[in-house]
Design a protein around this ligand. Structure first.
Ligand SMILES: [Zn+2]
Length: 336
């Protein structure tokens, strides 16, 4: 597919679509359309040459510092993820640090924007009285992928719940979802590009679960709701102890969480939207050092490519993270 740098309503205008949209039949019209085609192809070749339009652009937005050292290290986290993606061909990864960028031009021509930050009422996307939500909604309608990680999956339902359900299929809801520290074992991984090269793994994190998913579904199986195709990626069964709490905040336990004893829960999921765009939610990411786990990191790196519609390599994204990488770019916090 030839990609034109200019966006149209449904994403990039492809040469395939241009061919199909041209009038047929009348020889004069056909002659005219050949001229348009010739012009279009020469223009596209020219523009492609200049702008390297085959490159996928991924923007990772980190939130402001919060929590003790090595927790919620969003700034260090996005830089580590960007470094881990550096070997991926035809991918340009931009990082935004410390919250919403002052210069929004960084979002221009993005194929996907992924937010790793604190959420709830302080979520960066709900500031400016809905202006940012409207902007993201416009991206989404143009087929741009969006993703939210860790606390970033939490919004106040009345503020942005409907948007999150439309964009990524669900969100964390205070007093409905819960946030215990636990160590799920991801035994069975679905056959999906995001799981390429990912082996079953187990790791302790503040794995939120029981999201408020679209259609009030449990979210532990593939589903289609109002044209939104939903696919869980990381699913595990919390033990009764995990359901009984305590959770991080509020401590709980909640009766409705205990009542679902034995049920599998989704901690990472993706959606294909009717508008052609993609969405991703990932509830882990509390402990910065978890990025040192190869499978934990790979499933997220693959997810970042997938949400931007970039091919995921056969064995998944290959990357190496050293202790020095894990110690790099940490926020200045009050260290004891
Ligand atoms: Zn956390």
């Amino acid at each position: 597919m030839i990609r034109f740098p200019a966006r149209t309503q449904g994403g990039y205008l492809s040469a395939d679509r241009l061919l199909h949209s041209l009038p047929q039949g009348n020889p004069h019209v056909r002659l005219f359309s050949s001229a348009i085609l010739a012009l279009a192809f020469s223009t596209s070749t020219l523009l492609t040459g200049i702008a390297a339009a085959e490159t996928t652009k991924l923007v990772l937005v980190a939130g402001k510092p919060s929590h003790p050292p090595r927790m919620h290290e969003f700034n260090a986290g996005v830089q580590l993820l960007a470094k881990s993606l550096a070997s991926v061909e035809d991918l340009e990864t931009e990082v935004v640090l410390n919250g919403w960028p002052e210069d929004e031009s960084i979002f221009e021509d993005a194929d996907a924007v992924v937010f790793y930050m604190d959420g709830g009422g302080r979520h960066e996307v709900v500031q400016e009285e809905g202006r940012r939500l409207k902007l993201i909604d416009q991206w989404v309608k143009n087929g741009v992928g969006v993703g939210f990680m860790h606390f970033g999956v939490e919004v106040i339902a009345d503020q942005a719940g409907e948007e999150f359900k439309d964009w990524i299929g669900g969100h964390y809801e205070h007093m409905f979802s819960c946030n215990p520290f636990w160590e799920p074992m991801f035994v069975t991984l679905p056959d999906h590009p995001i799981t390429r090269g990912v082996k079953p793994f187990q790791i302790k994190d503040e794995w939120y679960f029981n999201m408020r998913f679209v259609g009030d579904m449990a979210g532990n199986k593939p589903a289609e709701v109002d044209g939104l195709k939903f696919q869980p990626i990381l699913v595990a069964v919390p033990s009764d102890d995990v359901r009984n709490g305590p959770y991080v905040y509020p401590k709980g336990p909640y009766k409705h969480i205990q009542a679902n004893q034995g049920r599998a829960e989704a901690m990472m999921w993706v959606v294909n939207r009717e508008d052609g765009g993609r969405g991703l939610g990932f509830t882990g990411g509390h402990f910065h050092d978890n990025w040192g786990n190869d499978d934990f990191r790979k499933v997220v790196l693959n997810g970042l490519l997938w949400v931007a519609k970039h091919d995921v390599p056969e064995g998944g994204v290959e990357s190496t993270v050293t202790q020095a990488d894990l110690d790099a770019n940490l926020d200045k916090k009050n260290r004891r």
